[in-house]
Design a binder for this molecule. Sequence first.
Ligand SMILES: N[C@@H](CCC(=O)N[C@@H](CS)C(=O)NCC(=O)O)C(=O)O
Length: 232
Amino acid sequence: MITLFQFPRALDVPNPSPYCLKVETFLRLAGLDYQVRTLLNPARGPKGKLPFIQLDDEVIADSAIILRTLERRLGLDLDAHLDAAGRGRALAITRLCDEHLAWLLVYFRWIDEEGWAEFRPLFFAGLPAPLRALVPRLVRARLRRGQLAQGLARHSREELLEFAREDLQALSELLGAAPYFGGLQPCSADAAAYGVLANLILCSLDNPLSRLAREYPVLVAYCERLRDKFWA
Ligand SMILES: N[C@@H](CCC(=O)N[C@@H](CS)C(=O)NCC(=O)O)C(=O)O
């Protein structure tokens, strides 16, 4: 049995973390049985982040390593219908989503003042009062240090939105008229793409990045399609 450890559902999406939603979407695309255990504190994961899974007796962290391990162990290949170039494209889309667009998502929730003013009360509503004052500030300060080290938080808001526009435009062009990034059937990149795009487009937030993402009708229709087919 596969046990997925992730944050509780929030913000009107199955998971507020693009990486947790990526893994759970992958499990659904692959038609695997799994159970979910929710955690609030990512420090309980083996790498200090969520998601992680337990597969038999083994604990595996990081969405990319989880997907790769599941594919190898269970003899799955969501990209089997793709040629070599299609597989390369799927990896490039996944990396764009995981390593760039998801970082922008974090910036516009946690660092940007307008995004933070909206996100903080919604996301931390369930915390008891003494923690509600402290925890958000501590987590935000840690994420800001991470974003500064990565480099994104050194740019202006306008520069960041321009990066986001390029990412979203590229995803929209790559998808085109196809139902999935894998073409007529989903591929591994659809897990990563849905993880971050649903968190921008379908979530209850209305920050500048979500507003920008909702300007792409191809991506909005894509999120609705995956939601209706795999999450209904
Ligand atoms: N590379 C990791 C990234 C996971 C990640 O950044 N998870 C975030 C939630 S979206 C987290 O747990 N952050 C906790 C922290 O940074 O302290 C993956 O693909 O799983």
